[in-house]
Design a protein around this ligand. Structure first.
Ligand code: FPP
Length: 250
């Protein structure tokens, strides 16, 4: 049974959730299985979470699949993850698109093998007839990289004469970071018990609500998502104002 009150959900659902899917390795180690087993089981949790977001009418989901720092992992584990991404794309994309999922990859994909890059490009070209969920997969992504690529893009605009340096402000920057065309990030979730953001969506996190869960990613499911949604629905988002101002707008 769902623990989310549907009456609250309609009014106070996040329009954009981002998740750091942590805990695959520990989940596998607890079962005396290789870490790769945890990553494979993690794909099932991805599927469950995507389905739950569609059913609850959350329009945007961004998943941290591979950080720019994850290259430091043992080569074997990096290889497993690359193979997993390729297989997941081959297996899942057509069904995702048929179910109204618009897929996008964010991050510096130049470091990936050509075969993976091609799959990413092709799957982004497959657009659903009607979009029910924007699913963004952050791969070789880092929040600092994102800010730097926005700065480079703006600097190039200034050099070309398209942007007047005096007009550079937060809204211009906002328009140049990843996912600028999608709803602002409302809810950040991290599983696996660690309380840090690990260089994910640093700019976009400015006013997001944070939810940390001890659940290891392969165990994350619709009920775990509902716990985060129920808590989010109770939050008062003040954006610097007082609670009084929110309740009695001038
Ligand atoms: C972090 O857990 C998880 C990752 C670095 C990989 C995430 C990948 C998946 C969930 C599977 C594939 C995803 C897609 C989108 C197809 P960890 O390995 O750091 O776990 P630990 O903290 O327990 O060691």
């Amino acid at each position: 049974m769902s623990i989310i009150d549907p009456a609250i959900a309609v009014q106070r659902l996040p329009r954009h959730i981002a998740i750091v899917m942590d805990g695959n390795g520990r989940w596998a180690e607890a079962r005396h299985r290789p870490r790769s087993f945890g990553h494979h089981e993690g794909v099932k949790a991805v599927r469950a979470t995507v389905e739950a977001c569609i059913r609850r009418h959350v329009p945007t989901l961004t998943l941290f699949a591979f950080s720019s720092e994850n290259w430091k992992r043992p080569q074997e584990e990096v290889g497993t993850l690359m193979e997993l991404f390729m297989k997941a794309i081959d297996r899942e994309v057509d069904e995702l698109v048929a179910n109204g999922v618009a897929l996008r990859f964010v991050g510096d994909r130049s470091a990936f093998a050509p075969a993976l890059r091609e799959r990413m490009d092709h799957s982004e070209c497959k657009r659903p007839a009607q979009t029910r969920l924007n699913l963004n997969i952050a791969a070789n992504y880092g929040g600092r990289w994102d800010i730097v690529q926005a700065a480079r893009c703006i600097a190039a605009g200034v050099a070309r004469g398209d942007i007047d340096a005096d007009t550079i402000d937060e809204s211009l920057f906002d328009a140049h970071v990843s996912l600028a065309d999608l709803p602002p990030l409302d809810l950040f979730i991290r599983t696996g018990g660690e309380h840090r953001v690990s260089n994910f969506l640093l700019w976009q996190l400015a006013y997001a609500e944070l939810w940390f869960s001890d659940v290891l990613w392969p165990d994350f499911d619709a009920a775990a998502l509902d716990a985060a949604l129920a808590d989010y629905a109770r939050r008062e988002r003040r954006y610097g104002r007082t609670g009084q101002q929110l309740r009695h707008p001038a």
